[in-house]
Design a protein. Structure first.
Lengths: 401, 443
């Protein structure tokens, strides 16, 4: 029990591994797959096996699957939520889109780790799972799910269309949000693991995007798609609000992960601009007042400060998760700050680097395109602010819309 | 006006200037042509005042040790943890209570009076022991190891009550902390005993100078060596808390091209003090310290002029200011939440509108981010790790968002925020200080 905001030594090896992967594998192929949108980055298969091996041998799970909450531990814990964001952050310093394309590291895996029971967790752990929430008729309003799931014998029958499914084309399975009974509202929304190849599930198309082009974004249609009923994650009962709270709990775990992506991407841009500015004869000095320095140095110091705040908010949210403390507020704070800071930083770095940063010879322009999605998916900036505001003001979603 | 306003005085301007002079003339008052105006207490009575430094107690080395006493660095920690120690929890709880019961109720009046009530200053010593936290037990204090975090938590908790009063209470501790960290055995023996008793002298760490783009690493206050081995120091320091009553100063001055810290007793010849009231922090009774060829003994130089000690002093004081902003920023948040929930407009609480609710959310987000950054800097400092980067970032965030929070605090209350019935206008003025102040507090 002493205030300390450094990360423990036991994570150093993990972070270093992620860094090596970033430098030696992601960066060299970063531009290639940005240009070759929809082409599968085959380099990642071997890497995924390597990471699986690391997970099997190490004391903690890395990345998306590390968010499962364990109870019973005594005293202050720095666990897999924290190591998860640290490794994701480091990997996204390499390339966000490639991380999103990492087999078995999908946000669906985080959802499974968050809400599955032990039997399901065991059964689905080896799958690469994508997350399917958004539909053509809604985005942020996730309670508006119109994909239906109707129990028929030992199966649920799914009907509906899901869009913006990250890794939806390449994954092994999709975690689909569907409603058991639209008239019962949020409580009736459940998540289902639907494996690829299930009849009635069709990947219709892939999107062309502003950034994260190495990551495929799919539209998936479910037509009388029969899913074994034991693939429903969590409890099948429709308990008032309980059920929705269950699926929403996923976000408390995944939002710090997306914050980590933003923080990693922003750090890449900051590191790059620091080097470029140095070549131009500008070196920020931490001790001197910002306004007595070159304007570019002052801009760098402000960016670095905002980055630090986002980084520490992310660590706080995961530290709370590791210690079984409710962290919805902190997870949303981290996501809000990291999302907007990443966009601001990457865009400012392009501006500071001038035509050098705008051109495709540098990765700065790519990071400025990649970062924008991080302020949108897993809850937009505005949704995070709503959540933070409701918590601080003690307002319901009916009062503060 | 497009671009810079370059208009000069024309015929109309000359006429207006004449009318203005007439309007200000005393003859109008004699003829009772003007309603009596309320006199601004401080401006009227003190702004023109300049005096020699406060009457000085005699500082003399009593029991000198063979070497200076300094708290060692706190043991290194491995795990990330935001939980304070039990001791810190107790200290912070007591400080919060003090801030809520002793500072907040008198803050408005202290702001108007431009001075902190003596009773408050005394109680901060006798009830809280603000100076004791940083002084080692062997020298009569409470500290065993470096406790930057405790210092920061105390500053934060005090500033939740009132920033100006917090600065007034903490000013002597900055001097005693400087003596603990950088004083030699003679300096410690001479000055520290006064800071461990019940009658702690007013004292101040004076760094800021009155000029734009002030840089604490390039000072205009200069010290030169004198033939007897002493120093002669000249220059002007601004926004020095409790300047008129302070008996002891630690003053930053350039020595041989490098910044250094000097102990200056207020009774020294050539020490003048002038009122320097600011936009805020008025309860801290800020003044200018004017040094005119003040002769100092050889023992006045702290840390033998080591510039890494000076840099640490600037950084630690920035952490202190960041902590103060976190406290006052939190006060803003705690104040606006019930207000926007209760205030009705268009048939519902204004907090039901996103424009209002998001402003509150952003206060919460930026405050938490800045606070964590401040705590990281403090924690690194006490563990003996490098902290220049972290202190700078904490300062940047509190300078930027502290002011934004102060501004939004007023904005959320609308016209009510602008009047003195509510404390947010004072917090707005106080929070502007965060980006400007150097020195003054030391954690």
């Amino acid at each position: 029990m002493t205030i300390n905001l450094e990360t423990p030594k036991k994570f150093d090896m993990l972070i270093n591994q992620a860094h090596q992967v970033s430098t030696e594998i992601f960066r060299p192929i970063s531009r290639k797959y940005d240009r070759a949108e929809h082409e599968y980055p085959k380099e990642l298969d071997m890497l995924a096996s390597l990471i699986d091996g690391m997970n099997a041998s190490g004391e903690t799970n890395t990345g998306a699957r590390g968010v499962r909450r364990k109870s019973g531990a005594q005293g202050n814990q720095n666990g897999s939520n924290m190591s998860g964001v640290l490794s994701i952050m480091e990997a996204c310093w390499g390339d966000v889109a490639l991380v999103l394309s990492m087999p078995r590291q999908g946000l669906g895996n985080a959802a499974i780790a968050s809400v599955a029971n032990d039997e399901q967790h065991e059964r689905f752990d080896k799958l690469w799972a994508a997350m399917a929430i958004t539909e053509p008729s809604f985005g942020s309003d996730s309670a508006a799910v119109s994909t239906t799931a109707v129990l028929d014998g030992d199966h649920y029958v799914l009907n509906g269309e899901k869009i913006f499914v990250t890794a939806g084309g390449r994954c092994d399975a999709v975690v689909v949000w569907a409603t058991l009974d639209k008239s019962k509202g949020r409580a009736a929304i459940k998540s289902f693991v639907v494996e690829k190849g299930t009849p009635g599930m069709v990947v219709e198309r892939l999107e062309h995007k502003l950034g994260i082009r190495a990551s495929d974004t799919a539209t998936i249609r479910f037509t009388d798609c029969r899913v074994p009923k034991e693939n429903l994650l969590g409890s099948p009962d429709i308990e008032a609000e309980q059920g929705f709270a269950g699926v929403m709990q996923t976000f408390d775990n995944t939002r710090p992960l997306v914050a980590a992506m933003a923080i990693g991407c922003a750090r890449a841009a900051l590191d790059e601009i620091e080097d470029r500015l140095k070549e131009a004869g500008v070196e920020p000095d931490y001790d001197r007042p910002a306004y007595t320095q070159h304007a570019a140095a002052a801009a760098y110091l402000q960016m670095e400060a905002d980055w630090e705040a986002a980084y520490l908010l992310m660590l706080e949210a995961t530290w709370m998760a590791d210690n079984n403390q409710p962290n919805s507020l902190q997870a949303s704070m981290a996501k809000a700050k990291a999302g907007r800071v990443a966009v601001d930083i990457t865009l400012r770095c392009v501006e500071l680097a001038g035509s050098l940063g705008y051109g495709e010879n540098s990765l700065l322009e790519k990071w400025a395109r990649d970062s924008k999605i991080l302020d949108i998916f897993e809850g937009t900036q505005q949704i995070q602010q709503l959540i933070v505001a409701r918590r601080l003001l003690n307002k319901s979603s009916a009062e503060l819309k | 006006m497009s671009g810079r306003n370059r208009r000069g005085r024309d015929a109309m301007g000359v006429g207006l200037a004449a009318i203005n002079r007439l309007a200000g003339a005393a003859v109008i008052d004699r003829l009772k042509l003007r309603k009596p105006i309320e006199r601004a207490v401080f401006e009227g009575s003190k702004a023109g005042f300049r005096s020699v430094g406060a009457a000085n107690r005699t500082f003399a080395a009593v029991q000198k040790r063979n070497r200076p006493e300094r708290p060692g660095p706190a043991p290194g920690r491995d795990l990330f943890d935001l939980t304070p120690t039990d001791e810190q929890k107790m200290i912070v709880e007591a400080t919060r209570e003090f801030a809520a019961e002793q500072l907040r109720p008198v803050a408005g009046q202290a702001d108007t009076d431009c001075t902190a009530p003596d009773t408050v200053l005394k109680r901060s010593v006798t009830e809280l022991g603000v100076t004791l936290v940083g002084i080692p037990e062997t020298l009569g204090g409470l500290g065993a190891e470096r406790s930057t975090t405790t210092g920061a938590l105390v500053a934060e908790a005090l500033a939740h009550g009132d920033m100006g009063l917090a600065v007034a209470c903490l000013a002597p501790a900055a001097v005693s902390n400087a003596l603990v960290l950088w004083g030699d055995e003679t300096q410690q023996a001479t000055y520290l005993p006064a800071f461990t008793g019940d009658d702690v002298p007013a004292a101040a760490l004076a760094v800021v100078e009155p000029r734009p783009l002030f840089d604490p690493f390039e000072l205009r206050t200069t010290a030169t060596r004198t033939p007897g081995g002493g120093f002669r120091i000249s220059g002007t320091k601004s926004l020095v808390p409790r300047a008129a009553t302070a008996e002891l100063f630690v003053v930053a001055a350039q020595l041989e091209g490098r910044p250094a810290l000097f102990i200056v007793e207020s009774g020294s010849k050539g020490v003048l003090v002038e009122a320097d009231p600011g936009m805020g922090l008025r309860a801290a009774a800020t003044g200018r310290l004017i040094l005119q060829d003040v002769d100092l003994p050889a023992g006045a130089l702290l840390a033998k002029g080591d510039d890494s000690a000076y840099a640490d002093c600037i950084r630690l004081s920035r952490i202190g200011w960041a902590a103060l902003v976190c406290g006052t920023g939190r006060a803003v948040l705690d104040y606006v939440i019930p207000y926007v929930n209760e205030r009705q407009a268009f048939g519902e609480p204004i907090s039901h509108r996103q424009a209002v609710a998001f402003a509150v959310a952003n206060i919460g987000i930026e405050l938490e981010g800045a606070r964590l950054t401040m705590l990281r800097a403090a924690s690194r400092a006490e563990q003996g790790k490098s902290f220049a980067r972290e202190a700078a970032l904490a300062r940047r965030l509190t300078a930027e968002y502290g002011m934004q929070i102060g501004s939004n605090g007023v904005q959320l209350l609308g016209g009510h925020g602008y009047v003195k019935e509510h404390p947010v206008e004072r917090w707005y003025r106080d929070l502007r200080a965060a980006a400007i102040m150097e020195g003054v507090v030391l954690v």
